[in-house]
Design a protein around this ligand. Sequence first.
Ligand code: SF4
Ligand code: SF4
Length: 457
Amino acid sequence: MNTAEPKYRITGKSIGLGLTAIALVVLLLAAFNLDLPSIALILVLVTLPLGMIVFGYSSYLGLPIGIKNDGVWTRSLSNRGLSAWIIGVGLTTFYVLLYWFPEILGQGADGAKNYGLIGFFDPLSYAIKGSPASQWFVYGTLYSIAILGLGIKFIFKYRHNRYQFWRTVSVIIAQLVLAYFIPEILEGMNQDKPYFAKDLKYFFPLNYYFFEDWHLNNMMASESGTLGMFYFLWGLVGFLVVTPFLTYFVGKRWYCSWVCGCGGLAETAGDSFRQLSDKSLRSWKLERWLIHGVLAYILIVTGVVLYGYFANSYNFMGLDIYTYFRKPYAFVIGAAFSGVIGVGFYPLLGNRVWCRFGCPMAAYMGIFQRFKSRFRITTNGGQCISCGNCSTYCEQGIDVRWYAQRGQNVIRASCVGCGICSAVCPRGVLKLENGPEEGRINENPIIIGNDGIRLKN
Ligand code: SF4
Ligand code: SF4
């Protein structure tokens, strides 16, 4: 078989990489504080997403629709080779600077003028919200571009599958509109008012500071008016009503795979790394302890914080609430786990490390999904040829094949409903469905083994 790539595909991919490289070089020059004209910013905003789109389009140009996962274990990038390590170290370093050393990225201290990378984004920030950029504005801009550009690449790749198309359109819009433009524009329109989170889908417990005294006070301050009160009520309703309600009807996929920013980045920028998730029983055990431990941790911290709020005290049992409760959670979970490990380690541990092992929102929804939901993945066991594609590409480390071979529904708290197991199955065995709770957990599977095919019992 001739496996050489046609020239048009190589040319297209080279153009895409070239455009992306131009943007990255300009960003690097800006980071080294080179004085660049404003046109350089426009160049980055155009060439960065365009390069990703051209690369994505060219990668699948001329190929038949369907599964394209050949070579994942032989390429350096997708099998923890040198390029994966370089990207992993680069991303991790960026996150460390972003969270703890923003001045190295160019954040002006105490209202001083920005410089370097952050100063480079000042004109865009002024255009959107009328104030200078911050490290979070720069991060949000690059994050949104990554989801847009690599999301379109993802659509080209899985264009045979309508579910993948629509949920990717959804995560792109959710990121650009709900997480980026609306919050930034609202921020710009309310600069004289106290700050509170304005991402409409950033619910507690993912938004771990929602119930902190400063955040509650800022939302309910008279200067915040109806906008503050709206966000306060929406935050409560989102956590207590919307999340359980939707998870009951469609599983946690409505959030993890359709609107969440962390999930959005994992599904698009992290698509090349989904096969790296650990499928061992040991990691399943670790996952259950860790993710529910983080949920318990944030509930305890929030309980203490609310005690301090209502008791008008900074102490809980003699311990300073900020030092012993809020700060450690923000450092260990909010920054180190979700950012540095969660994204920085994509090329080494897979794209859903945070969603699988650490996200308290995923844990909260997972409890509903496991015990009180209409969602399940049904399996037509008789059709399964045990190829293992589904297990390999399950980013949550679920051994889907084990269920498929037994004809058993996949009901797992950790399943984010990405649908990739179904998309890569060559036999159409797997189907994501919502249906009656009755009979959802079926422990009466078909066994396909050495002694032929038989029904258990
Ligand atoms: S079981 Fe399927 S739908 Fe669920 S997380 Fe794994 S690949 Fe995605
Ligand atoms: S369910 Fe499909 S992808 Fe999974 S092992 Fe069976 S045939 Fe392969």
